[in-house]
Design a protein around this ligand. Sequence first.
Ligand code: PHE
Length: 333
Amino acid sequence: MTKETVEELRRTSIASIEAADSLDQLDSIRRGIVGKKGSVTQLLKGMGSAAPELRKELGSLINELKKELEQLAESRREQLARAAMDERLAEEWIDISLPVGAKPALAGRGGIHPLTRVQRELEHIFRGLGFTVVDGPEVETDYCNFEALNIPDTHPARDMQDTFFTTCGHLLRTHTSSIQVRSLQRLSPPLRIVAPGRCFRYERLDASHEHTFYQMEGMMIDRDVNVGHLIYFMRTLLREIFGSEQKIRLRPGYFPFVEPGFELDIWFQGRWLELLPCGLVHPKVLEFGGIDPKEWNGFAFGLGLSRLVMSRFQIDDIRHLQSGDLRFARQFR
Ligand code: PHE
């Protein structure tokens, strides 16, 4: 073994490291040079065959060579890794300014249900009028759904709102008016609330009756509220929803929790549509809520959300709304 042997090995090793064009290839080349059975390692082991006076010098030459080649392999590795990353980045690059392809997007994209859409619009309108959006439970107590709304146990009005009862005497709320009670209990006047929600009734089902439907309750309690205020808010609401002034009429309507009570109808497609039962909050309801009716009064309304959605989107059967039928839902994306 001579210096030439070392030099020769240096040249061939450098050439093969530099020729490696993948990380895998480089790895096996590196092992073939500086690994346990690699050429440089072998050379070091074969020192015995060198002339004794050269051993020291050759030994340090080989050790240096080993270091040099290891460094070279490392920098080649970095080079190859960077190139591989660049290649991946070039391949996986996404042009975010490109319009999404119409086909795949339409196939899988969901949409907002028309009920949700109208509910959100209404919430937005009412917030603008100083109302707070509140919520209440779908499983209600008899007290909040009937009793505190001036509908005692024996009252015939209960017959009009038959519903589903739990074994412990609670019920699925028949209207969002139960949230009037909860709001009176929790908040103090003056107050303005709207409460959208799902209601349930034991109904004979047809195109305009469903066991599950949506309402939006509204209530304003303040001093000296009169029917003029009620009409003003209802008009404003309908103008916001429909985009123009609507022809409306008030008919007397009976609900035990308002006095006087009205049915507010709107002129829609050539006929009167019953849309908004409403009235001035009955003093007894205020009393049930712990509020002095001599000092405070107010109005309440129970907007038929499902109805409104039907007239807005010209849906001819209320049962479509909760059908889960994609052919229906897709029309509103
Ligand atoms: N809760 C009544 C219903 O569901 C509607 C209503 C609400 C009437 C508020 C007057 C005031 O039929």
